[in-house]
Design a protein around this ligand. Sequence first.
Ligand code: PBG
Length: 326
Amino acid sequence: MTYPAVRMRRLRRTAALRSMIQGVNLRTSDLVFPIFVDENLTDPLQIDSMPGISRLPVSGVVDEAKSVVKQGVKGVLLFGLPKAKDEIGSGAYATSGGVQKAIASLKKEFSDELVVITDVCLCEYTSTGHCGVVKKGNVMNDPTLDLLQKVAISHAQAGADVVAPSGMMDGQVKAIREGLDDAGYTDTAIMAYSAKYSSGFYGPFREAAECAPQFGDRRSYQMGFGNSHEALREIELDVNEGADIIMVKPALSYLDIISAARSQFNLPIAAYNVSGEYSMVKAAAGNGWMDEKAATLEILTAIKRAGADLIITYFAKDAAKWLKQT
Ligand code: PBG
């Protein structure tokens, strides 16, 4: 009988040894919490498919952010639901829009203590539910760019630290960078949803943000899930157009993409742990089929291990609490 000379279990013997050799540690400051601002509400409205997450009235955003900051989370990502939708998503760049008001109140309350990131897209604001202007059934790229510029400028004007274009229109990062610079917002950063896949995991979000396409789907602008080189091309384009942070979205089914991006690019990488990824864990945990804390910390650490520097997640507040306990 020969016994193993190398014993991997030696360093797994005690909790102290295990934590000493842990390669990847999730930090609260890695997390960004998404907030839905609904202009139509006076009270929070629970989102059925996302237990624990609500749409908030503009007046409720500061209190929500207080609970985020209290946990040590440093960033929020704002989405808006307007009073009215139209073909050109004009609610998205209204100076008195819900998101614009929310940005201003957050900056007034927290100044630089909180990083305010805003989603720059039209789909919550267009009557078609598409991320761009539609003509004869087609989502038009270039006319949409002008509108995205306006949206980004209106957010910067209100005080946003980072704008995050998520519509997957070609040239959107360049258009937004030029728009911001021309308007004097040279310090407003761009977090580009560079590699955004057309995904079944956005289902609950579309209920949350009322932005399901009214016809067709998003496959003419979001990426197909069978492709990986295309993601790297998308990222490369955004880097060249002036993105400050790139994003891979969703996160969990695309860890290989995060990892490939990490090895090829030198700027910060964000990963979006999307609504469906949240709801799956919540549903299983709610049925007693999975330990929510264990599964969530494993998922978020795996996203970081793949190479993400920041993680946008609906679990941000809970994860921050759990990280304090470990
Ligand atoms: C809008 C947008 C979507 C998400 C973020 N921004 C939905 C979509 O593209 O259909 C999804 C976020 C989530 O599922 O948590 N462009």
